[in-house]
Design a protein around this ligand. Structure first.
Ligand SMILES: Cc1cc2nc3c(=O)[nH]c(=O)nc-3n(C[C@H](O)[C@H](O)[C@H](O)COP(=O)(O)OP(=O)(O)OC[C@H]3O[C@@H](n4cnc5c(N)ncnc54)[C@H](O)[C@@H]3O)c2cc1C
Length: 323
């Protein structure tokens, strides 16, 4: 039966692909099921985005990742992971969302997707965190000129843009929009630009704020968003900022609905960290494993490509030992 596998991997991000390479090496029947395009999260990163990791730290299975500068751009990463998948002829079902996972009495997983249903002895959830944005939960957040994702700075040329947040995504968007000729105002909850901002970018944003090219409202929270302005508050004072667009660059979180539905349990911490065995990455449900950035729960900076690349090997070793 071609719909029955030894291993199903949910998500064709870099780590889902790393898991598939391991399964293929062992000659297992496996498939990846991906709801979007190949490396869908990376595809939706800002167009001009440059990784903070050097390309050798993003390589899978020692397949060389050659690029122009030491740190690759998004477009080069898309090309690299595409080449890995195509040159190894990995089994992938694209544009097929996993909607439901059931563990049957015989221990097998019954996986229902937007197109079909499959059986698998083992399951890896490698669904990342980029599809669900954090919310401010304020009036106007769902208006058309408000987005939680930044794509291309050209769109904001000659426009007034408010950017909420002070970490890498917010800072990258602010600098790129400024360079494209937007009038940029940042709204920042704390008193400084985030400590985790890339060390070679941080001085630049600080200088642009100091010389007045970009305005930063520190110690401020957004209270509401209207079609042509937003209201921010600083201590007891509130202020209106006239804007054309609002970018809420306040982070992302994993799809907890799939994890919960599949039977994953969680630590009693603030980070909604999934429970798993650190040696095998198996959850409390036998045969159900987690890989990649999803392991961190709300702590989305705990795992990245570099330190998750070995998850596929860890998991496949554990499955093999059991067989
Ligand atoms: C702007 C930015 C810059 C970054 N720079 C770096 C860097 O320099 N170095 C680094 O190591 N990391 C970096 N990261 C983090 C890195 O991109 C992630 O750690 C990496 O993508 C994690 O890989 P993953 O396979 O675990 O998850 P993802 O790449 O997020 O892949 C998860 C996949 O699962 C799919 N999926 C989700 N739900 C379902 C479903 N129900 N059914 C089917 N498919 C589903 C998604 O579409 C997605 O393709 C950066 C992240 C961002 C946002």
């Amino acid at each position: 039966m071609d719909k029955k596998y030894n291993l199903i991997i949910i998500g064709a991000g870099p780590i889902g692909i790393a898991c598939a390479l391991e399964a293929q090496r062992r000659g297992w029947s496996y498939t990846i099921i991906e709801k979007g395009t190949l490396v869908n999260s990376l595809y939706h990163y800002p167009k001009g985005m440059q990784f903070f990791s050097s390309s050798d730290n993003l390589e899978l299975d020692n397949i060389p990742f050659i690029c122009k500068e030491p740190k690759p751009f998004r477009i080069e990463a898309l090309q690299y992971y595409r080449t890995v998948v195509q040159s190894r002829d990995l089994n992938i079902k694209l544009f097929e969302r996993v909607n439901h996972v059931d563990k049957k009495a015989n221990g097998e997983f019954y996986v229902t997707t937007s197109k079909d249903a499959y059986l698998s002895s083992n399951l890896i959830i490698a669904t990342g965190f980029f599809d669900y944005s954090n919310k401010l939960n304020i009036p106007g957040e769902d208006k058309n000129h408000v987005s939680h994702y930044f794509d291309d700075p050209h769109f904001y040329a000659n426009q007034r843009v408010a950017i909420v947040g002070a970490n890498n995504s917010a800072v990258d968007a602010a600098l790129q929009c400024y360079r494209a000729g937007a009038k940029v105002e940042m709204v920042i909850r704390g008193d400084d630009i985030g400590e985790r901002v890339k060390y070679w970018v941080r001085p630049e944003i600080i200088n642009r704020i100091a010389d007045g090219s970009i305005t930063a409202h520190f110690g401020s929270n957004v209270k509401e968003i209207q079609s042509d302005h937003l209201v921010i508050s600083n201590k007891n004072e509130s202020k209106k900022l006239a804007v054309d667009y609002v970018l809420l660059m306040i982070g992302y979180q994993p799809d907890y609905s799939l994890l919960e539905q599949a039977g994953v349990t969680f630590e009693e911490d603030d980070m909604r960290t999934p429970k798993y065995d650190p040696k095998t990455l198996e959850t409390e449900l036998k045969g159900l494993f987690l890989a990649g950035v999803v392991l961190g729960g709300l702590k989305t900076n705990a795992w990245f490509i570099d330190n998750s690349r070995d998850h596929g090997k860890k998991i496949c070793d554990a499955i093999q030992k059991r067989a």
